[in-house]
Design a protein around this ligand. Sequence first.
Ligand SMILES: Nc1ncnc2c1ncn2[C@@H]1O[C@H](COP(=O)(O)OP(=O)(O)OP(=O)(O)O)[C@@H](O)[C@H]1O
Length: 397
Amino acid sequence: MGATTSAHKEGMFPMERIRAQSWKSVLSGIGLTTSSLECLLAARRALKEKLWMPQKSKKEGSTSNAEDPLPHFFSLFLPEFPIWSSAGTQQLKILGFVAKGSIGPVLKVLDCTKASVFAVKVLPKMEVMRRDTLKQCKEEVSIQRQISHPFIRSIGDSWQGKEHLFIMCSYCSYGDLYRLWMSSGRFGEETIRLFAAELVSVLGYLHDLGIVHRDVKMENILLDERGHIKVTDFGLSRQLRFGERAYTICGTLQYMAPEVLHGGPYNHSVDWWSMGVLLYALAVGKFPVAPEKDHMAMLESVNQTTYDMPANLSSSLALLLSELLCRNPHQRLHHLHQFESHLFFHGVFFDPVVLQKYPVDFVVNIRKSEPMALQELDGFCDFDCDLSEVLTPPSLA
Ligand SMILES: Nc1ncnc2c1ncn2[C@@H]1O[C@H](COP(=O)(O)OP(=O)(O)OP(=O)(O)O)[C@@H](O)[C@H]1O
């Protein structure tokens, strides 16, 4: 549900942006041309031959390849993804398959040297290139390395093998908010208040650093073993200097603010709109505006729909939702002090230490009765093997 999209065309007018969607222009946008992609593929083929036929090279009397230039298929992903030898991953034991990400699977692993469990996101390099998400993957790692917050999933390590990129981070045993919402339906206002306060604390922190997340949605909010949130997926995030505006149509259609759907200009306020969509769905059990086939139709729908505010919502929550789902970004709530003084948050301290003090009973109780199922991965011994052969088709479909 809710696929993430990005137009990758900052600084252009909407119609130009749409016309410029040919794959050549997309490639040039990340510094790759058609011929450089061909070079890349050739380099990859040559590399494969070299790596997969070491015996043959030795027999033919080839010397050490230590002076060879770094093949493209490695250097493209540096420095965010350093090269690890397979020996480097030997202390990692794969415990199971967690979920299917948009590009590749997420695995649960045990780091035997630290005796701790992590999640490893596995991104096939060819798929990253094919989908033009190289910049996104590198951005995800570099932004996550700059930030540290109790309600943001921390990144442990990132590296590359022959075929894949790997991002290792703290493991969130209760899955994501979307799965919880699907299994439980509407949330009570106490739980919404806590999640909303935690999310306000994260977005306030990011915005103070100039970072706009641009893909706030239930699937990108993980839950730790005490039920607290861990915001993830910084692949579409961007740092905006003071007064700077963005223009890229990106994010997840149903969560996009009208000014994003319009093609900008927009700023950090778009994250507050997305938070409004998310809280509305948690409280009401459905999205404020039904999904449409593309961003033009979605914009029309967002501009025309007057969303229902069910009578059973408290007036303070209804007020908060309407102030977040405000089409005019200048009138939308966007300052921490506006939340601190809001009726819905009466008595709430926006301090992560205080917010984390108690486990979130609602989450813990649901997860106790419905533990997360992990698919076992028999025979998965090499991190860099062909994943499609190891994972059964239904989970990767
Ligand atoms: N650290 C983690 N602990 C537990 N589960 C995780 C973790 N990271 C990711 N997941 C699970 O894997 C899913 C996909 O992860 P993630 O969102 O990082 O991948 P993605 O490829 O960026 O997907 P998308 O672009 O669709 O958001 C998450 O929705 C979540 O269910």
